[in-house]
Design a protein around this ligand. Structure first.
Ligand SMILES: Cc1cc2nc3c(=O)[nH]c(=O)nc-3n(C[C@H](O)[C@H](O)[C@H](O)COP(=O)(O)OP(=O)(O)OC[C@H]3O[C@@H](n4cnc5c(N)ncnc54)[C@H](O)[C@@H]3O)c2cc1C
Length: 488
């Protein structure tokens, strides 16, 4: 070490829990300043980085998924390392992590889902969008194998409901002609689109082979999307809505009466450009003569599920018409009717789950904080910060996590300036602790091997990439080159 280097102040050692966009944007913000030298480790319980960019953003939206190239560059930066396959709460407790670094930034997302709270929700065939999305994106939680390790409740990515597994989904989609998707956000549209598209339209994506196989056995002819409010209140973006109109061999059915606006709907459309644009798209569909496509997507507004029907398996959804009361709350108007269905996917929002040892507000499903500083026992915690979905809830687009992470890192750096957070010469402690425990994190070179293996597997089938869905496949790919190198 040079004399100048030994005179350098020790870097601030920061661990980021979660390598989704918010965690990686936090690492970027930490390294984009030079006043406080930093040493950043971004940890993820999965062997691969990118969070919902890999395991949420729809595989038929490759341009959005390509943001991972930018995220990857941050993980390659000097002063930043990626430690995959390390689950906080399982491999290390939150306290052990805090002891080994100067500051922790929690960025562990919102891996669970909100429930409908109606009868029949736990019937076979009633599932969460979070699970279905994880399945079609090839998430190892939903493609388990013998190498899977026990997970802390907080790191399962679901709320304790039974997980979908490959054979189970194949069975569900191959025995479903009518599906109901509850919710009117972009995730609901993703689910409806994947259910409505012919499998060959998805062959260009990077979906895992077993997922494509299952979708190839799909029997779905009708997908019903339910919105409990009127068309002015959808959370779709217009681009995603319009995309439904471009799906081959699919008729879009909207009742023109559902599109009539009451006073509050008129006010929303008057001030919200997206709502106004969505309404134009919906009106155009409502006016189309009924087509002869082999599949139909029905959009029902002012309609909410009352109960899910069935004995052993979902057979339908009883719904009722709704209206808004004087306070703008949704109330049932009765007029029940039944939509026959064998599959119900609830898509009414994601929700954070607690990480043992980390403050958590059950009411909001978030880590309590002020401008990213974690609140513990009624005061600011000296070394804990939070960003992303577990900080603000599951809202916004990928880019929203960037400004969110900047806010958190700004708070952290102010605390360094104020002397509230002091570099403690902890470089290397986390790495040593993991080694002591026999935990071997996957680093960026492992990710590059996985990346190369997925591209290679895809090419061998004439596709751009094929996702490896099982942890054992990911680990084998991460180590493959090492073995090849040893043999050479
Ligand atoms: C289905 C779906 C589709 C979406 N599509 C789009 C889109 O098209 N465009 C768009 O702009 N946005 C989209 N989003 C939103 C976007 O994905 C989120 O804004 C973003 O991913 C939130 O980032 P995050 O880092 O807070 O959480 P996440 O992306 O969820 O990352 C959290 C990370 O923490 C890790 N983790 C969890 N627990 C632990 C633990 N105990 N130890 C270690 N690591 C842990 C997880 O494995 C995960 O990698 C979509 C979201 C969903 C759910």
């Amino acid at each position: 070490m040079t004399r100048a280097a030994s005179d350098d102040p020790p870097p601030l050692v920061v661990a980021v829990v979660g390598a989704g966009p918010s965690g990686i944007y936090a690492a970027e913000a930490l390294t984009q300043q030079s006043e406080t030298p930093v040493d950043v480790t971004v940890l993820d319980r999965l062997p691969v980085p990118f969070g919902l960019v890999r395991y949420g953003v729809a595989p038929d939206h490759p341009s959005i998924r390509s943001v991972r190239n930018t995220l990857e560059r941050t993980l390659e930066k000097t002063g930043v390392r990626f430690y995959g396959d390390v689950a906080i709460g399982v491999d290390l407790t939150a306290d052990e992590l805090r002891d080994s670094v100067d500051a922790v930034i929690y960025a562990f997302g919102a891996g669970s889902d909100k429930r409908l709270g109606i009868d029949g929700e736990d019937l076979e065939g009633s599932i969460a969008a979070a699970e279905f999305v994880a399945w079609y994106c090839g998430h190892p939680d939903v493609h388990p194998d013998s190498t899977d390790r026990p997970t802390a409740e907080s790191s399962t990515g679901a709320d304790g409901t039974s997980r979908l597994e490959q054979e189970h989904v194949t069975h569900l989609v191959s025995t479903t002609t009518d599906a109901v998707v509850v919710g009117v956000g972009n995730v609901a549209l993703d689910v409806a689109r994947i259910l409505a598209k012919h499998a060959e339209e998805l062959a260009e994506t990077d979906m895992a082979d077993e997922v494509l196989d299952s979708l190839d056995h799909k029997q779905v002819t009708d997908v019903h999307v339910l919105g409990r409010r009127g068309p002015a209140y959808t959370a779709f973006t217009t681009k995603e809505l319009r995309e439904l109109g471009q799906i081959a061999d699919l008729d879009l059915l909207v009742d023109p009466l559902d599109l009539e606006l009451d006073t509050s709907g008129l006010a929303v459309v008057g001030r919200d450009k997206v709502a106004a644009r969505n309404l134009v798209v919906l009106r155009e569909w409502a006016e189309r003569p009924r087509g002869r496509a082999s599949r139909r997507l029905h959009l029902h507004f002012w309609t909410r599920p009352v109960r899910i029907l069935g004995d052993d398996r979902v057979s339908g959804v009883e719904v009722e018409r709704t209206a808004l009361d004087a306070d703008g709350a949704v109330v049932g108007r009765g007029e029940p009717w039944v939509i026959p269905a064998q599959l119900v996917v609830r898509s009414v929002g994601y929700r954070g789950t607690p990480l043992p040892g980390v403050p958590f507000d059950d009411g909001t499903g978030r880590v309590p904080h002020a401008e990213g500083r974690v609140i513990r026992d009624g005061g600011f915690s000296a070394d804990e910060y939070v960003t992303g979905w577990v900080k603000r809830g599951p809202t916004g687009v990928i880019g929203t996590n960037k400004s969110d992470a900047v806010e958190t890192v700004t708070s952290l750096l102010h605390d360094v300036d104020d002397g509230a957070l002091v570099p403690g010469g902890r470089v290397g402690r986390l790495t040593a602790l993991l080694a002591e425990r026999g935990i071997h994190p996957l680093e960026m070179d492992g990710w590059h091997r996985i990346d190369a293996a997925e591209v290679e597997l895809g090419r061998s089938h004439g596709r751009v990439r094929t996702t490896l869905a099982h942890r054992s496949e990911l680990l084998a790919a991460a180590e493959a080159d090492d073995q090849a190198a040893v043999q050479r």
